[in-house]
Design a protein around this ligand. Structure first.
Ligand code: ZN
Ligand code: ZN
Length: 303
């Protein structure tokens, strides 16, 4: 199944609505794996990854219904301040990396996961109390989470600032939107739209590793393009549209409080819209719809 198509920087790709951070009764989730699969399949998701704490799910034994199931795990090697990392690890199976990472450094865990063909994201760094310099000490990760629904109860669901701090320092990292599902009240608030030619595990993992996706709480992108210093996009109607870039640079296409109808496209030329393009490391598009829901494109890297 796929949730449609996207013109992704000139490539005609399919879009897969994905729940990539999910717990079940295999660890501390309230729902059995079968219940989690039913809930997300009924909501129209195309991809679901099980990422229970320290435990693998036998995804090949479950009925995937209409979805592609990915095997994953959330791993907890010791991190800064004596607190555990939450490493969202996708594309690994029982035996690839031990669920009990005692005695392993975070880097050893990441290296083992990558040797096994997996990819790793640093989950919810703000909630962990970690900053960009902690995340940037991890070599080989594919990114972080920009939104994590289960972290909103202590006000730390967003990681936009840490993401920008990392990008400004030259780290090429994507950022997922995830539910981190444990309970019913955490379901369906943020998801990742993977842009890939097909839904094989290798295509999905490769798209996630290379930033071929966008993250959203609702708004959708239909086209993204970057050519000859011109950034273009088409998307569902939004009332706030911003190009985010390094430090004090950026460009507001549309402000939330501006009167008038929502906008559904943008065309921004460098350097006309953004001064001093030589100082810019990246551009990313941040959308917000009338209900206040965000969507985040992955960065275009300028240097
Ligand atoms: Zn976690
Ligand atoms: Zn989790």
């Amino acid at each position: 199944m796929s949730s449609g198509k996207i013109d992704f920087y000139g490539k005609d790709l399919r879009v897969y609505k994905s729940c990539l951070h999910t717990h079940s009764t295999v660890s501390d989730g309230r729902f059995s794996p079968e219940e989690v699969i039913r809930m997300y399949a009924e909501k129209g998701y195309d991809v679901l990854a099980f990422t229970d704490h320290r435990r693998y799910n036998p995804v090949d034994e479950y009925d995937p219904r209409t979805m592609r199931l990915l095997s994953g795990i959330e791993l907890h090697p010791e991190g800064p301040f004596g607190r555990a990392w939450h490493l969202l690890t996708l594309g690994v199976r029982e035996g690839d990396v031990p669920g009990d990472t005692a005695g392993m450094t975070a880097q050893q865990v990441i290296d083992a996961a990558k040797r096994a063909g997996g990819i790793v994201f640093a989950a919810h760094p703000y909630w962990c109390g970690f900053q960009h310099e902690h995340v940037s000490s991890l070599a080989g990760i594919s990114g972080i989470e920009v939104w994590n629904t289960s972290c909103r109860y202590i006000g730390k669901a967003y990681n936009m600032q840490i993401w920008d701090d990392l990008l400004m320092r030259g780290h090429r990292l994507g950022a997922l939107a995830v539910d981190d599902t444990h309970r019913a009240e955490e379901c369906f608030f943020g998801w990742t739209m993977i842009c890939a030619p097909d839904d094989s595990e290798s295509s999905l993992l490769s798209a996630l590793d290379s930033g071929s996706f966008y993250s959203t709480q609702g708004p959708e992108f239909y086209r993204l393009n970057w050519k000859d210093g011109v950034l273009e996009a088409e998307f569902s109607p939004c009332t706030e549209v911003i190009i985010v870039s390094s430090s004090c640079y950026g460009h507001c296409v549309r402000r939330q409080e501006e009167p008038g109808s929502p906008v559904s496209s943008l065309r921004v030329e460098l350097p006309r819209a953004l001064a001093e393009p030589q100082n810019l490391k990246y551009l990313r598009i941040q959308l917000r719809d009338r209900e206040g829901r965000y969507a985040w494109s992955m960065p275009v890297y300028l240097q």
